[in-house]
Design a protein around this ligand. Sequence first.
Ligand code: URA
Length: 288
Amino acid sequence: MSEWTDIIDAVSAHVTLLKELGEKSIALRPDTLAGFDEPTVTDANDAAAASTPADSTKQATAQSASPAPAPVIGGKVEPKVDPNATREQNLASLAQQIDACACCVLRSNRTKSVPGQGNPNSPDVMFIGEAPGADEDQQGLAFVGRAGQFLTKMIEAMGYWREDVFIANICKCRPPGNRTPMPNEMMTCFPFLREQIKIIQPKTIVLLGNVAAKALLDTQTGITRLQGQWTSYEGIPVMPTYHPSYVIRFGEGTDDSYQVKRKVWHALLAVLERLGKKPPARKKKEGN
Ligand code: URA
């Protein structure tokens, strides 16, 4: 009974969202409501004619294997977490619920969902960005493109490997054309991140860029003012700083690049200091 109510809530939230975004009609495909068992193809004959035999096998497998999406209660996603499960199990279950979520339009454009990855056991740092880009969308992993390479440099400069920290985003699906996620998309997706943070219990959080800072801290203050200033989320110390994409935008060797990198590095040093750690000694240049 409650499962039906959840399904109706989910469909109703999804349709309302599409309407708000100006959609005049809805073309339902089997994969736009993944996880629901009812067929959702408006014209089964058209769909059958359009798909190749290989396609239909793949879809059938994906559909029968797809887990239930997170319940939607009162129009809000309420991810299921099992208090008796391990952190790894709960994160894996959240990743499945994220993958099955069809509560906003980002679901229909993405290739893979990007739940986030890394050390789930109270890592020193959890990095939170905006939303997956093209590379992340292909691989299903957060920060693996150009911005991700710069994030790796930041992490390693602090003395960690990527596996030591947890890396996630506010939105778990790629916005088309890498546009900024809409407020309703961030709000819809946020409960997944909220639960991830509760499970992982990072010692500190580094927010990467404007979108992440505004969404997690629920503020209108821009990153220029927030960057480098300690704040907190649910009792966890939070350090907002610039997004790696912003840092690399200035190119190498320019004054602006130097200034922005310096500010980011100071923010990261403040994080290390709070953790009682020091950055690893840098190798001296030869001849010095
Ligand atoms: N930018 C983000 O904010 N997140 C990613 O995962 C990649 C690029």
